[in-house]
Design a protein. Structure first.
Length: 499
C-alpha cells in the first residue's frame, strides 16, 4: 500500500508521528493509500522551513516570482490529466469534472502570473511643498491554507499561487481524505523553480490544524469548509492575532419565476444540484418555484434526473460518481429517509442505488424532494450530496423573503425573462454571489469568490482583488527631500573641481 508523506522544504519528508489515515477509492470502497498525519512538531518544521524561505522570497523581485509562476502554469497544463486522475481516484468525481476543477485552479495561477499589475501601489506628488505620499503593499510572511476534500486541487490553487506571488511563503494542510493532488502540485512547483520552503504541505487532522491556528509565526490563515469549522477557525486564529478568511457552508437557492424558460431552468437545476454528486459549496440545493411554475418544473427535473448515469469516475460514460466516504453517504441518505415524515413529498429516492461490479463503493442515486417545509432537516442543513429540495412560493416577494431568511448567503440565482425582476433580485438577494439565468455563479479568477452571513467569517473574499489584499498589508510612505538650492552656504553639489 502506498504511503503519502509530507512535503517540507522542497522535498518529501516521511511522517514521524506514527499516525496514519486511510485514503480510499470511493468507487470500490478499498483503501489505496495511507497518509501520514502530522504532529505539532512536524507542523512546526514546515512553518520553520517557510519562515526561513521568506527571508529571501519576501524580498525577491516581481520578475523572479512571476517567471517561476509562468513555468508552473505550463507544468500544470502538461500534467492536468495526471492531476485529474488523482482527483478521481481519491474523491470519486468523474474525469471531466476533475479536469474542470484543474482548469478553474489554473485561472488563479494565471492571475498570479500577472501580479505585477496588482501590486503597483499609488503615488501622490507635491501634497505639500516638496512632499510626496506613496502607498505600497507588502507581504505578510508565513501564511497557511486549510482546504476541503471536495476540490483537492482547485481550492489549494485558489490560495497559494496568489500568496506566493505576493511574496509570502505557504503551509498547506489539505484534506486527509484525498491528499495526493496537493503533493503533486507542490512537486510541480519545485520543478518550476520555486525555492525550497516557499510551498510546504503537511497532512493531518485537527491536531495539525490547531497547531497552525496558534503558531506564532503564521501571520494569516485561509480556510474553505463547513460553517461550524469555519467559525472555529476564525475565532481561534483571530484570538491568536492572525488575519483570517474562513469560507463556510451554504444552502444555495435558485428562484424560478413563472415566465422563465422551464426547460432551461430544469437543465440548470439538475446540473447545479447533482454535478460532482452535490459535493460542492456552490451546488444549488433548494429550488424556489414561484406560482404556477412549480408542478411543471418538478416534473421536468424528475425526467432529467432519472436519466443521469452513475458510475465510477474513470468510466467516460459516467455523469456522476460516488460520495467521498461511506459515512458521508449514509449521512446524506438519512435526510431522504426522514423526509416524508417531516412533510416533504419524495419524488425521487436514490438511496438504494448500486453499481454492478462496484457493490462496495460509496454509491447514492439522485433524490428529489418537493413541497419541502422550511423547518425540515433536509432544508435546514447543508446536505452536501445529490439531494435537491423544491419549495413553493406564491410571489416573487415571498420567494426572496424565503431566500433571505436563510442563515447562509453564499450564492443564489434567479431564472426569468423579466429584466426588471432580475435587476431587483441582484440588489435584494442577501448573498455574496448572484446568478441571473446562471445556476452556479462562481466568479472568474479576476473577481473574488465569497459569501455573506454564515457562509463567510472574515473581511476578505478569496482570490481576485480581495485575495491580493488579504495576502498583503498596506504601507503609506510620506517623503520630503530638501531642494539642492536650499543647501547651506559653502556646500557645492556640483562636480568637483580639479583645478
Amino acid at each position: 500500500m502506498k504511503t503519502l508523506d509530507h512535503w517540507i522544504d522542497g522535498k518529501a519528508v516521511a511522517g514521524t508521528s506514527g499516525a496514519y489515515g486511510p485514503v480510499t477509492d470511493p468507487a470500490t470502497g478499498a483503501q489505496t493509500t495511507r497518509v501520514a498525519l502530522a504532529s505539532a512538531e512536524e507542523v512546526d518544521a514546515a512553518v520553520a522551513a517557510a519562515r526561513a524561505a521568506y527571508a529571501t522570497w519576501g524580498t525577491s523581485s516581481l520578475a523572479a516570482r512571476t517567471s517561476v509562476l509562468f513555468r508552473y502554469r505550463e507544468l500544470l497544463v502538461a500534467h492536468r490529466e495526471e492531476i485529474a486522475r488523482l482527483i478521481t481516484a481519491e474523491h470519486g468525481k468523474v474525469h471531466s469534472d476533475a479536469l474542470g476543477e484543474v482548469a478553474r485552479g489554473l485561472e488563479i495561477v494565471e492571475l498570479a502570473c500577472g501580479i505585477t499589475t496588482q501590486l503597483k501601489g499609488e503615488l501622490s506628488t507635491q501634497v505639500s511643498n516638496r512632499v510626496d505620499v506613496a502607498a505600497i503593499r507588502q507581504p505578510l510572511g508565513v501564511v497557511a491554507g486549510i482546504t476541503p476534500f471536495n476540490f483537492p486541487a482547485m481550492v489549494p490553487m485558489w490560495m497559494f499561487p496568489l500568496a506566493i506571488a505576493c511574496g509570502n511563503t505557504f503551509v498547506l494542510k489539505p484534506s486527509e481524505k484525498d491528499p495526493s493532488a496537493a503533493n503533486l502540485l507542490a512537486s510541480l512547483a519545485a520543478e518550476a523553480g520555486l525555492p525550497a520552503g516557499v510551498l510546504n504541505v503537511v497532512h493531518g487532522d485537527r491536531a495539525a490544524v490547531d497547531r497552525l491556528l496558534e503558531h506564532p509565526d503564521v501571520a494569516a490563515v485561509s480556510f474553505v469548509g463547513s460553517t461550524p469549522v469555519a467559525r472555529h477557525i476564525h475565532a481561534t486564529a483571530s484570538a491568536n492575532g492572525k488575519r483570517v478568511q474562513a469560507l463556510g457552508g451554504a444552502k444555495n437557492h435558485m428562484l424560478v419565476l413563472p415566465d422563465a424558460d422551464l426547460d432551461a431552468a430544469a437543465d440548470a437545476a439538475v446540473s447545479a444540484a447533482y454535478g460532482s454528486a452535490g459535493e460542492r459549496c456552490m451546488a444549488v440545493s433548494a429550488v424556489v418555484a414561484v406560482g404556477a411554475a412549480g408542478d411543471a418544473l418538478v416534473e421536468k427535473i424528475r425526467e432529467r434526473a432519472e436519466k443521469i448515469r452513475i458510475g465510477p469516475g474513470d468510466d467516460p460514460a459516467s455523469e456522476m460518481g460516488p460520495l467521498i466516504t461511506k459515512a458521508h453517504r449514509d449521512k446524506v441518505a438519512s435526510y431522504v429517509w426522514g423526509a416524508a415524515e417531516q412533510g416533504c413529498e419524495v419524488v425521487l429516492d436514490g438511496t438504494g442505488h448500486t453499481v454492478d461490479g462496484y457493490e462496495n463503493g460509496h454509491w447514492i442515486g439522485l433524490s428529489l424532494l418537493d413541497k419541502v417545509p422550511t423547518g425540515s432537516d433536509a432544508y435546514r442543513d447543508e446536505i452536501f450530496g445529490p439531494v435537491l429540495c423544491v419549495l413553493r412560493a406564491a410571489t416573487y416577494e415571498d420567494g426572496v423573503a424565503l431566500i433571505n431568511a436563510s442563515p447562509y448567503g453564499n450564492g443564489t440565482a434567479i431564472f426569468t425573462r423579466d429584466g426588471g425582476a432580475a435587476r431587483r433580485f441582484q440588489l435584494e438577494a442577501e448573498a455574496g454571489m448572484v446568478g441571473i439565468n446562471v445556476p452556479i455563479p462562481v466568479p472568474v479568477g479576476y473577481h473574488s469568490f465569497g459569501g455573506w452571513k454564515d457562509s463567510l467569517f472574515g473581511d476578505h473574499h478569496i482570490y481576485g482583488n480581495d485575495g491580493v489584499h488579504f495576502y498583503t498589508r498596506g504601507k503609506v510612505v510620506t517623503t520630503r527631500w530638501p531642494d539642492p538650492a536650499d543647501a547651506p552656504a559653502g556646500v557645492d553639489l556640483g562636480f568637483p573641481r580639479n583645478h
